[in-house]
Design a protein around this ligand. Structure first.
Ligand SMILES: C[S@@+](CC[C@H](N)C(=O)[O-])C[C@H]1O[C@@H](n2cnc3c(N)ncnc32)[C@H](O)[C@@H]1O
Length: 235
């Protein structure tokens, strides 16, 4: 079996609803990718976070665009960025404003975003959260903030290598990580940001998690997460 680019395999999964993709990490965990959730709509828990976003909003790793669409429904100017051409195509077909690209490359409107979103695990992009947050901080307007979804306090942070697995195909390994809400202060300060507001818990009772349970995804996929806001220290 040859290794396929992760972005290609992910794109294939978005197009073939019947095919279950798995995420394996180098610590032995194996769980389904939540494609159904990403192709779905924002949940009430998501809406609670989106209510705190200040326009213009940049949704980093927006996938098929559910958060961009929810913000647009609120009348907020929101643009997504995603590295996956398929995710961008799906998001645009759903009516979301999305650009295709890597967040570490040139990002349109750098220095002008009121809020940047790193939701549903996207603090893991690139595997080095302080580097990602430092980069994202430079995209913000003065006083702008980043809304980040994190692991519940006590769960621990972890850097890891992961790969996507599909019937007959595996991706190359790529860097990913998760960050414990209790550790975000240090990571944010490393990145020149400070924490603002209180963390809010997303609970297992959200429609997203109920939908996931019906699809028989493991509960670990739907554990409660915590969302924090980080603001530029120069604000
Ligand atoms: C966990 S999915 C989340 C999708 C979406 N935020 C949601 O909650 O519905 C992660 C997304 O990040 C995108 N991504 C990964 N690395 C990226 C990068 N370097 N720049 C931009 N997008 C990236 C992937 O293509 C994927 O769509």
């Amino acid at each position: 079996m040859t290794a396929t680019a992760a972005v290609e395999l992910y794109g294939r999964g978005l197009q073939r609803a019947e095919e279950q993709l798995l995420l394996r990490d180098d610590r032995g965990s194996l769980r389904p990718l939540a494609l159904g959730r990403w192709l779905g709509v924002a949940t009430p828990a998501d809406e609670d976070v989106l209510a705190r976003a200040v326009e213009p909003v940049l949704d980093i790793g927006c996938g098929p665009g559910r958060h961009v669409l929810a913000l647009a429904r609120r009348g907020r100017l929101a643009v997504g960025i995603d590295i996956s051409p398929v995710a961008v195509r799906v998001a645009r077909a759903r009516g979301a404003r999305v650009v295709e690209g890597c967040v570490f490359a040139r990002v349109p409107g750098a220095g002008s975003w009121g809020s940047a979103l790193l939701l549903d695990g996207n603090i893991g992009i690139g595997g080095r959260p302080a580097r990602l947050l430092r980069h994202v901080a430079a995209l913000l307007a003065p006083g702008g903030h980043v809304l980040v979804e994190l692991e519940p306090p006590g769960r621990g942070s972890a850097g890891r290598r992961a790969r996507i697995e599909a019937p007959g195909a595996v991706s190359e390994w790529f860097a990913w990580c998760s960050v414990d809400a209790g550790a975000i202060g240090a990571v944010a300060s490393d990145a020149g940001l400070r924490l603002t507001g209180d963390g809010r818990r997303r609970t297992d009772g959200s429609p997203a998690s109920q939908r996931g349970r019906r699809a028989s995804e493991p509960r670990a996929q739907h554990r409660p997460t915590t969302r924090r806001s980080c603001r530029s220290t120069t604000a």
